[in-house]
Design a protein around this ligand. Sequence first.
Ligand code: 5RP
Length: 245
Amino acid sequence: EHIEVVPSPNRIKSGAEGVFDERRRRAGERAAQELIEDGMDVGLGTGSTTAWTVAEIGRLLREGELEDVRGVATSLQSHELAKEAAIPLVTLDAVTELDITVDGADQYSENEPTVIKGGGGAHAREKVIDAMADELVITTDEEKATDPLDYPVPVEVMPDAREVVAEWVREAGGEPDLRMAERKDGPVFTANGNLVLDCDFGGLDDAAGTAQELDAIPGVLDHGIFLDMVDAVYLGTGDDVDTIT
Ligand code: 5RP
């Protein structure tokens, strides 16, 4: 069901870089249709699923079904998509509260509820914008529901501290792997000028404990475990969207 990238001639409609998956499209669009109301300040998530949310908010604005929505982007990618969709944007430093954030996830566990994010390296800014929202809604597809979570946890780290942070991650039971650029000609740098260690902990039987350990490591800006933040999940399935609250 996964086809590499961007089926539509229209970049806004198709989302961004990433994997096209009809279930993600369904979940992303449905969240925009059901949740976004006039007067809202909306956090705009990063990734191929929320790209559909952004595009759909843009369509609702264009067609007059919405008139008054402001977005705060979680990344350069969502900023660019929101601009193309003509969603009025507010900078993060101009707001302290949001009505809702619609974001994506790399993995989702129904149990906690907990998500792992940061596959796009935007998790530090995403965590701020997700935490600012009265309501955090995750849009994703059914394949990303797993328990226990076992996606390597993205850890954003100060460049000079990468070796010692990697050592501390090993002491905490993780196997860190410096994220490299696609062309393998150097590491990925985040929008904050930092590096990302993808840290494999195997199954996260105690996600809260691991999150706490990572929180305590000096030199770590933030990690991709999002605990106790999620209010609802829009899970794209074969032919529908399941809503989990
Ligand atoms: C970026 C993220 C994304 O939300 C996550 O990678 C999900 O992306 P997609 O919707 O393409 O599966 O955390 O840092």
